[in-house]
Design a binder for this molecule. Structure first.
Ligand SMILES: O=C(O)CCC(=O)C(=O)O
Ligand SMILES: [Fe+2]
Length: 347
């Protein structure tokens, strides 16, 4: 898919660009930029040219998305993600979510996108998971494995660089709870946003922070906006850039650093004065291994853990909690904080 640039008239998010080859080579400039981006913006571009040839893989992923979302709804509903929602212990994290099932900013307070989430444990053969899927997914398995491998490599560079700069204890760094060889609840999320007429202006993907550790987002079309706490509370647009992946920190990284690193609110919305076109994107959501206790790691730079009134969760429990709230039909007090990582923000 061709890259569609933002129009000149919209406010653009000024995000740092971190070079993956620089991180690999221990280039101090890149190491410092990465830490700054993770402390202030929670979003950055990762330039991965020189590590992987992105374009053919990305094009294949878009082909998979089109073929999958073009299937009849009845066929897609066979993989319904919410089949077991009434039983938390059996709740599925992967599968198909039809249009309008989540909270969102369009009519009736619903979302404007379909998703199909693929478990990386199934793709990478790490764990025997319930991974029933339409045949088209198998056709693209080599591409999915390539994506999984490229993201694992890029993530390792980010985690080890941060662990070293933050002087985390050996064996207790971010990379030690996100091992590529171990099962973890990572997802490859395919997204299709539906077109909206120009009169309908709502956010198709509601403001949220991601629940995991790192998200690697691939989108050639505009639509993504970020709300950076340090930049005047204004929604700014993220410019799609070839050869670059948009990486954002989820609440997991904020929790594992007692708030030293930050996640950032984002959403997907139509450009000012324009109709929302059909939009495809995909994301690799990386999460901590299930047994990880979600509290700050050992660094003298991190603020102390604010223990009062807080329960300790493992990564597995915490993911189910946030996911369950996104799905609920009745918003309950305190829920916004779980969705957005912020208190007092009404979405
Ligand atoms: O489609 C996008 O650009 C954003 C998707 C997103 O925020 C998510 O999947 O968590
Ligand atoms: Fe997100």
């Amino acid at each position: 898919m061709d890259f569609v640039p933002l129009p000149d008239s919209v406010p653009v998010a000024e995000l740092q660009t971190v070079e993956s080859c620089g991180l690999r080579d221990g280039d101090q400039g890149e190491v410092v930029k990465l830490l700054a981006a993770c402390r202030t913006d929670g979003f950055f571009y990762l330039d991965i040219r020189g590590m992987v040839e992105l374009a053919p893989m990305v094009d294949d992923m878009y082909r998979l998305e089109r073929k999958l979302f073009d299937l009849p709804v009845d066929e897609k509903m066979k993989y319904d993600i919410d089949i077991n929602t009434n039983d938390l212990s059996r709740m599925k994290l992967n599968g198909y979510k039809p249009l309008g099932r989540n909270f969102g900013g369009i009519q009736g307070g619903r979302d404007g996108f379909e998703t199909y989430a693929i478990p990386n444990n199934g793709v990478a053969g790490l764990q025997d998971v319930d991974f029933r899927r339409p045949a088209v997914v198998d056709e693209y398995m080599p591409t999915l494995r390539q994506l999984s491998g490229a993201v694992a490599e890029a993530a390792r560079l980010i985690y080890t660089s941060l662990s070293r700069t933050l002087r985390l204890s050996p064996g207790r760094g971010f990379e030690d709870m996100h091992r590529a060889s171990e099962p973890k609840p990572d997802l490859i999320r395919l997204l299709k946003y539906h077109a909206q007429p120009v009169e309908e202006r709502g956010a198709l993907n509601t403001p949220h922070t991601d629940l995991g550790s790192l998200t690697f987002l691939f989108a050639s079309q505009p639509g993504l906006q970020v709300l950076q706490d340090n930049k005047n509370d204004e929604w700014r647009w993220v410019q799609p850039r070839p050869g670059h992946v948009v990486v954002n920190l989820g609440d997991g990284m904020a929790v594992l650093s007692n708030g030293y690193l930050c996640s950032c609110l984002h959403r997907v919305a139509p450009l000012p004065g324009r109709a929302m076109p059909e939009r495809y994107s995909f994301a690799y959501l990386m999460r901590a291994e299930d047994a990880t206790v979600m509290t700050g790691l050992d660094s003298t730079l991190f603020p102390p853990y604010p223990a009062e009134g807080r329960e300790l969760y493992t990564s597995g429990e915490w993911i189910q909690r946030k996911f369950g709230m996104l799905r609920g039909n009745d918003k309950k007090p305190g829920q916004d904080a779980v969705l957005t990582g912020r208190t007092g923000l009404v979405v």
